[in-house]
Design a protein around this ligand. Sequence first.
Ligand SMILES: *Cc1c(COP(=O)(O)O)cnc(C)c1O
Length: 218
Amino acid sequence: MSIAENLKQLKQDLPEEVTLVAVSKTKPQEDLMEAYTAGQRVFGENKIQEMTAKYEALPKDIAWHMIGHVQSNKVKYMAPYVALIHGVDREKLLKEINKQAAKHERVIDCLLQIHIAQESTKFGLDEEELFTLLQNDPATTYPNVRLVGLMGMATFTEDQEQIKREFATLKSLYERAQQHISTFETLSMGMSGDYPLAIAEGSTMIRVGSKIFGARNY
Ligand SMILES: *Cc1c(COP(=O)(O)O)cnc(C)c1O
């Protein structure tokens, strides 16, 4: 099936309140343009250099989401244009995003990444770190950052019950966090292999790559 057909099929079963981020990392610009022509406007990338090259070449009404692990020294390259940073997993990074956003007189939307998987390789804050950060009044400390929600990745496993439990954990943290912070509106969870489960557990934003663009070869 073509990219346009994959998108159409995916969107058919998507609740209206769930935003689809088309994860286009490693894919050539023609593939992104095919999705764009089919109406897709939100794209996710995990490398700042690659995202910036695509941003410069492609239509300006695309919303670029950084979904990967972010090195502080690279924030400056995306600060002028990035629409949402999903992987904020440490306060130092928040501080740098705030600084770079201020230089461009912008407020950058960010999600805090939470570690919900069993793999130790996945990044993210734990529950205690999350609430410590939220209790320290980040809106005042970082006025050029708007914290709009949480993001998480489930364990890569066949065990559906485990994935479901991890998403449910994230959803409950999200609901508790919402009571501290009025700007929370986004819960980013679910990828090609697990997005139906994520939606059933309350996701409002899914990040889907291979199901739209086909398998990636690195
Ligand atoms: C690559 C990636 C995705 C998309 O993965 P697919 O399995 O291809 O849908 C989603 N989220 C993050 C953080 C990723 O790095």
